[in-house]
Design a binder for this molecule. Structure first.
Ligand code: GSH
Length: 202
């Protein structure tokens, strides 16, 4: 398999999941501004939408959309217990988390990074992110991970978004529960491996 990624962006989530699942993968770095690969290949020929993550399977099939990719990875190795079994209400709860993180958090950052958005809208969007993280912090009360005691693919995604806070003037220390959660996830050996491979830590 090949994972098309860019350092520190949302593709870190499936990258972490692949390592947590013990699966080997070839990492292909994408310049997401120029939409090119290191060898000059036009990434738009790989993903016409231009974004990462994209997982290319050994048979050449290509999968996009982070929440779908991470569930596919989890199902490749159920023994790693990165997601509850498909068809259970617990799996639906995991999907609910992935949907929340994707639409309320991940895509909540995009307008703040967008030079075309005006200051008023950016401030509104930032407050919305604060409200959403405050809600997440309340859900984490008494839990190690978002689904309870076990790390799942939703944690890989949420953790990835926590790494962007500094870019929009948010400080995770505002939410002690989130700060402790971030440290908990960051201390996982496979998470450190992924971050090191992306050049995010030494
Ligand atoms: N709908 C996609 C969005 C992925 C996405 O927003 N990727 C960003 C990085 S976090 C990206 O590659 N942006 C570059 C671009 O859109 O050209 C998903 O959920 O996987």
């Amino acid at each position: 398999m090949k994972l098309y990624f860019a350092p520190g962006v949302c593709s870190l989530s499936p990258h972490i999941c692949l390592r947590e699942a013990g699966l080997s993968v070839e990492l292909v770095k994408v310049d997401i501004k120029a939409h090119t690969l290191d060898d000059g290949t036009d990434y738009l020929k790989v993903n016409p939408n231009g974004y990462v993550p994209l997982l290319e399977l050994d048979n050449g099939e290509r999968l996009t959309e982070g929440p779908a990719i991470v569930q596919y990875i989890a199902d490749l190795n159920p023994a790693a217990r990165l997601a509850p079994a498909a068809g259970t209400v617990e799996r639906a709860k995991l999907q609910s988390w992935l949907g929340f993180i994707g639409t309320e958090i991940h895509k909540g950052y995009s307008p703040i990074f967008n030079p075309a958005a005006n200051a008023e809208f950016k401030a509104w969007q930032k407050q919305r992110l604060i409200d959403r993280y405050t809600w997440i912090a309340a859900q984490l009360e008494g839990k190690q991970y978002v689904m309870g005691e076990a790390f799942t693919v939703a944690d890989a995604y949420l953790f990835t978004t926590l790494g962007w806070m500094g870019f929009v003037g948010l400080d995770v220390a505002q939410w002690p529960i989130l700060q402790a959660y971030r440290e908990r996830v960051a201390s996982r050996p496979r998470v450190q491996e992924a971050m090191r491979a992306e050049g995010l830590i030494k």
